[in-house]
Design a protein around this ligand. Structure first.
Ligand SMILES: CC(C)(COP(=O)(O)OP(=O)(O)OC[C@H]1O[C@@H](n2cnc3c(N)ncnc32)[C@H](O)[C@@H]1OP(=O)(O)O)[C@@H](O)C(=O)NCCC(=O)NCCS
Length: 160
């Protein structure tokens, strides 16, 4: 985990974030899409998040975004969690560090609760979230469809 910096999302890393997102999306196992959204749309989204000071962490190694964790406002008191790391940086404790950092920022932002959606087949993430105290609140059957892959989506929540 040495040499990894955890920083607030920054304009100059947007392209690198987009590349990381596309890389993880193309695995087709974890995110709700098989490709990143176009760079201009991603840039607008990130700029808005940065402007509004939404909790948004980039994990950066050698000037490259290798993962991220964010909490987007779902309502006044709830943040909707996103988290992912590119493959070679998983299972090293980095996700645990990022999520605790984003929880801290979320509390300061005023969130009282964190909400997330995870694919039922994503056993690693389910275990990760359960260990952190997230509780299942709902299942959307076949909530995700990527090509001919269909998966249930589990919704979870945790008090901050
Ligand atoms: C889910 C994810 C963010 C977790 O981050 P991470 O850095 O890999 O997780 P950590 O190393 O901090 O591990 C924390 C816990 O997660 C679970 N975990 C992580 N990797 C695991 C693996 N390969 N097998 C089983 N459990 C695993 C364990 O419970 C682990 O605790 P432990 O170390 O005490 O056993 C990361 O694996 C990832 O980016 N996955 C792909 C993208 C994704 O699924 N995003 C979430 C979409 S909802």
């Amino acid at each position: 985990m040495r040499k990894i910096r955890f920083i607030n999302a920054e304009e100059r890393y947007i392209k690198s974030f987009w590349t990381a997102f596309d890389n993880i999306a193309s695995e087709k196992k974890y995110l709700g899409t098989a490709r990143a959204f176009p760079l201009d749309i991603t840039t607008k989204y990130l700029r808005r998040s940065i402007e509004k000071k939404v909790p948004y962490i980039f994990a950066v190694r050698e000037n490259k975004v290798i993962g991220w964790c964010d909490l987007q406002p779902k309502d006044n008191s709830t943040g909707s969690l996103g988290i992912a790391l590119i493959k070679e940086y998983r299972n090293l404790g980095i996700g645990t560090v990022m999520i605790h950092k984003v929880f801290e920022k979320g509390r300061k932002y005023g969130f009282k609760k964190v909400f997330l959606e995870v694919r039922k087949s994503n056993k690693v993430a389910l275990e990760f979230y359960e260990k952190l105290g997230f509780i299942k609140i709902n299942v959307i059957e076949e909530g995700v469809k990527i090509g001919n892959i269909r998966d249930d989506v589990i919704q979870m929540e945790k008090e901050l």
